[in-house]
Design a protein around this ligand. Structure first.
Ligand code: ADP
Ligand code: ZN
Length: 319
């Protein structure tokens, strides 16, 4: 059994996951779809209220499961360095791995939450593609599967995860695939400041927070991004704002294609999954010069992608 914990800005969820029947340490044969969530618990996130005691909350959340588990794998928001996790939105560091090793007395793996979701999506897609090929009985066709994929989540912020050559991209200081901080074009003449210190980042233009902030100025009242999409698209300035945001995501995708060569972008998150927004992005990407075009697909793995991706990653790479 593996314990997986998703540490997000809004909620923290933990699951006891059975990996029996999943091939060990064998990337080619293991199937993420064989992981089974046996138990699950959730609490409100403490990242902005009591971060310093995070490890105590995580142990408490997993009470009764520890005896059955061989590993704890964390999908965590922020910049996952070797020794420290930098909780960017809380502007605070924690030596989380060392804290959890001593609290859980089990091996600990920590990866970024969007990276975990990316790994889940890649693993599921690869497995489904392989099965489709086995069924199709067309062995003369070139069956080489895609070994790269980029996952973008457009939600409160914009996050990402990248797979290159079949491997999840990670780095020593943990600041890789933070796709929200890639700078992109936008409609306004003026630079838009991002909280990271640079200007014109995708997150500052097209995240749920950014859309809500700009719409609130236009409408002269506080609205959420959800309300913008549900009630205000008929207002021409709001329609322009959403159009600029979808152009910014299209520009981000073109930049990603030029850097990674990926042919597949999974676009998720509460904002990224809105039909009209997806359609705009699809239409704009289809008009890019051919070498920048990618297939944009919705996520397959649902709400538990972070948990399952983290568990599967630990299962494959910690043996
Ligand atoms: P998280 O970022 O933790 O995944 P949520 O999934 O609740 O949080 O999404 C947060 C952002 O997404 C908010 O800006 C919210 O207004 C926006 N959002 C949520 N649902 C929708 C929706 N159906 N349409 C457009 N925006 C949405
Ligand atoms: Zn930024």
């Amino acid at each position: 059994m593996i314990i997986a914990i998703d540490v997000g800005g809004t909620k923290i969820s933990a699951a006891l996951i059975s990996s029996s029947g999943v091939a060990n340490g064998n990337v080619a044969n293991a199937n993420i779809l064989d992981l089974k969530i046996v138990k699950q618990r959730k609490i409100e996130s403490v990242i902005h209220s009591d971060l310093i005691n995070l490890s105590d909350y995580l142990v408490e959340l997993c009470q009764g499961w520890l005896e059955q588990a061989t590993h704890v794998s964390i999908a965590c928001t922020g910049q996952i360095g070797v020794e420290y996790v930098n909780f960017l939105s809380a502007k605070q560091n924690l030596p989380l791995k060392a804290q959890l090793e001593s609290a859980f007395k089990l091996p600990i793996t920590i990866i970024n939450d969007a990276a975990a979701a990316a790994w889940a999506e890649y693993s599921a897609l690869n497995k489904l593609t392989a099965e489709a090929h086995e069924d199709s009985n067309t062995s003369h066709v070139n069956h080489k599967r895609d070994d790269s994929l980029v996952y973008i989540t457009v939600s409160t912020g914009i996050g990402g995860g990248m797979i290159q050559n079949g491997q999840l991209v990670t780095c020593t200081d943990g600041f890789c695939a933070h796709l929200g901080h890639v700078s992109v074009q936008h409609g306004s003449q003026q630079s838009i400041q991002c909280h990271c210190g640079r200007v014109n980042c995708a997150e500052a233009i097209a995240s749920g927070t950014a859309i809500a902030k700009q719409a609130s100025v236009i409408l002269n009242k506080t609205v959420s991004c959800k309300e913008v999409f549900e009630h205000y698209l008929a207002v021409p300035e709001i329609a322009n704002l959403v159009d600029d945001a979808s152009s910014a995501i299209c520009d981000l995708i073109a930049n990603i294609k030029a850097v990674t060569g990926t042919r597949i972008v999974v676009l998720g998150g509460s904002v990224g999954s809105v039909d009209i927004f997806q359609q705009q992005i699809q239409a704009k990407v289809a008009k890019l010069p051919t070498i920048f075009q990618v297939s944009i697909i919705p996520p397959q793995m649902g709400a538990d992608a972070d948990l399952l991706g983290a568990a599967f990653y630990a299962h494959q790479y910690s043996n």
